[in-house]
Design a protein around this ligand. Structure first.
Ligand SMILES: *[C@@H]1O[C@H](CO)[C@@H](O)[C@H](O)[C@H]1NC(C)=O
Ligand SMILES: *[C@@H]1O[C@H](CO)[C@@H](O)[C@H](O)[C@H]1NC(C)=O
Ligand SMILES: *[C@@H]1O[C@H](CO)[C@@H](O)[C@H](O)[C@H]1NC(C)=O
Ligand SMILES: *[C@@H]1O[C@H](CO)[C@@H](O)[C@H](O)[C@H]1NC(C)=O
Ligand SMILES: *[C@@H]1O[C@H](CO)[C@@H](O)[C@H](O)[C@H]1NC(C)=O
Ligand SMILES: *[C@@H]1O[C@H](CO)[C@@H](O)[C@H](O)[C@H]1NC(C)=O
Ligand SMILES: *[C@@H]1O[C@H](CO)[C@@H](O)[C@H](O)[C@H]1NC(C)=O
Ligand SMILES: *[C@@H]1O[C@H](CO)[C@@H](O)[C@H](O)[C@H]1NC(C)=O
Ligand SMILES: *[C@@H]1O[C@H](CO)[C@@H](O)[C@H](O)[C@H]1NC(C)=O
Ligand SMILES: *[C@@H]1O[C@H](CO)[C@@H](O)[C@H](O)[C@H]1NC(C)=O
Ligand SMILES: *[C@@H]1O[C@H](CO)[C@@H](O)[C@H](O)[C@H]1NC(C)=O
Length: 432
């Protein structure tokens, strides 16, 4: 699988490097029926022409929920997909911008923009995001309210006018992210909920609750200060200090030393410990990356104060592990969503990514050079006839790298042959 995935990347690289259309010339409609167990997805897609045509155009990564996933999704809410606006939004949320093969998804935690931009469902510049988590069980995607889905069948390629595209089959329908307060409620962030439920909301941050775009919310799970003792203006300053507007900062954006200007006016400063734990000023981010309809929510261990913008975590006392055999402080870690787990997996994932990336880089350069050289030689030697180059074989096999689902090898006269503008690809197919 890794091998076929590498070939896929190789193929993309070759295409970019040499400006050739070497990827499959099977279109979306050719490939969808060849993938087992996604017929429900296919018929929903076909019922929304705007989404179908967007996907046909290519240059996307399609996350196609399996039939079982859709059946389960509808089990508790039978009418969920009856509304065409909702259905369209859900389909577009499962469509990532740009083609990401398995290898590219395995590079590390990523928050990728999708084609969901309808402001009725998302106010996030560039498109609502989906999280990608490489885990030891494979790739997982995460959407709203922390619901995750596994990638089960990767790398089904198709071609579109805007470029190559990839379909990955997933085993659960992702949720379109909802507003910040509802997200906290649905995911059981009781500390956050109890703080927000009892608090007045500063007019400056009302937009964060769902009506204006691009918010990063850093909400404490509990506060050191007793909020009830604060005069309203002081409370509002404190509250506003926990919101950043104008940019959505996911964990991967929270780099060590980063300064973010809060709505209150003072900056928040990010510190990243060597184990990957992140802090806002001196407050640890205990749960991270709750995707909301207009940004992201992170949960802090306690509040940050605009009066103490220079507060930083004490990172100087880690080395006591040999003497101290006490178990880590009791937390409801089973109930705990992904917090430091995701941030530490990020750092390992990132490291692995660099390793793989470096190795692949060398292979690419060699392959691309070889390919381009051979290609130009072939062109010179034989501009008309199809070169018998084994590299083409790779291209032919790409659409179905697993060999599990047979596409009828397109015989002479089959419909894609009508596409006469595309001269090279046709030769490619004759190889099979
Ligand atoms: C690649 O294909 C697209 C449309 O399918 C076409 O517009 C473009 O000219 C092709 N590029 C090359 C280098 O053949
Ligand atoms: C449907 O509801 C049942 C009972 O409330 C729950 O156990 C199950 O996880 C739900 N299924 C989905 C797909 O949400
Ligand atoms: C939603 O669609 C399903 C399947 O098409 C149908 O059985 C159901 O009656 C519809 N519900 C509403 C409220 O229209
Ligand atoms: C493909 O999608 C990527 C990501 O959105 C974008 O940057 C790129 O311009 C697109 N390419 C084409 C040919 O549309
Ligand atoms: C995804 O995979 C994990 C690990 O194998 C499993 O525990 C989980 O139930 C799977 N999720 C779904 C929706 O099947
Ligand atoms: C979050 O707050 C709740 C209630 O205030 C508390 O029970 C829980 O231990 C807190 N979690 C962490 C990790 O501090
Ligand atoms: C997005 O913002 C517009 C106003 O700018 C608002 O009407 C709409 O409800 C918002 N959408 C969401 C999902 O919050
Ligand atoms: C606050 O952060 C911004 C960048 O977000 C930076 O340009 C500015 O200099 C910072 N202000 C202070 C007082 O550090
Ligand atoms: C910040 O300092 C001001 C002035 O000293 C004080 O009135 C206010 O209560 C402080 N705010 C907080 C949240 O401690
Ligand atoms: C990471 O390091 C910080 C600072 O040294 C420490 O407080 C924290 O408990 C560590 N977290 C984990 C998960 O090891
Ligand atoms: C280890 O912990 C003990 C008490 O818990 C403390 O006195 C000592 O200074 C610590 N040592 C280091 C190297 O942090």
């Amino acid at each position: 699988m890794l091998c076929s995935a590498s070939f896929l990347i190789l193929l993309f690289s070759l295409r970019h490097a040499c400006g050739q259309n070497l990827t499959t010339q099977y279109g979306l409609s050719d490939v969808l029926p060849t993938i087992q167990g996604i017929s429900y997805y296919t018929s929903y897609l076909e019922s929304i022409p705007s989404a179908f045509s967007l996907l046909t155009d290519g240059n996307v990564t399609v996350l196609a929920p399996s039939n079982d996933a859709i059946t389960n999704y509808l089990a508790n809410k039978t009418d969920a997909l009856n509304d065409t606006d909702v259905l369209e939004a859900l389909l577009l949320y499962h469509t990532i911008r740009g083609p990401y093969s398995l290898v590219e998804l395995e590079r590390g935690v990523q928050f990728l923009p999708t084609w969901l931009t309808n402001p009725q469902f998302a106010n996030v510049t560039g498109g609502q995001r989906i999280a990608v988590y490489p885990t030891d069980k494979g790739i997982q995607f995460e959407g709203g309210i922390k619901i995750r889905s596994n990638l089960t069948t990767p790398n089904q390629l198709f071609a579109g006018n805007s470029g190559a595209a990839v379909i990955h089959v997933i085993d659960r329908v992702l949720e379109i992210p909802i507003d910040e307060s509802s997200t906290a409620i649905e995911t059981g962030l009781n500390g956050v909920v109890s703080i927000q439920v009892n608090s007045p909301v500063s007019p400056e941050v009302i937009g964060a609750l769902g009506s204006t775009p691009d918010w990063s919310c850093f909400i404490p799970n509990r506060t050191i200060i007793d909020l009830k003792t604060l005069p309203t203006d002081v409370f509002f300053d404190l509250q506003e200090y926990h919101f950043v507007n104008g940019r959505v900062y996911f964990t991967t954006d929270l780099t060590d030393g980063l300064q973010m200007q809060s709505v209150e006016g003072h900056n928040l400063t990010v510190t990243v410990a060597s184990n990957g734990t992140r802090y806002i000023n001196d407050a640890e981010i205990i749960y991270s990356d709750y995707i909301t309809n207009n940004g992201v929510l992170h949960v802090l261990a306690h509040e940050a104060s605009p009066n103490k913008t220079d507060a930083r975590p004490d990172l100087s006392t880690p080395a006591n592990s040999t003497t101290s055999t006490t178990p880590p402080p009791t937390t409801e870690s089973s109930a705990a969503p992904t917090s430091s787990a995701s941030s530490s997996s990020l750092s390992t994932g990132a490291k692995a990514g660099i390793g793989v990336g470096a190795a692949l880089g060398v292979i690419f350069i060699i392959a691309v050079l070889t390919f381009c050289f051979r290609r130009s030689r072939n062109r010179k030697a034989d501009p008309g006839a199809g070169p018998r180059d084994e590299k083409y074989q790779v291209a032919v096999e790409m659409p179905h790298p697993r060999g599990s689902h047979e596409v009828e090898a397109p015989g002479p006269g089959s419909h894609w042959e009508l596409d006469s503008q595309q001269s090279h690809p046709r030769r490619v197919y004759e190889m099979s």
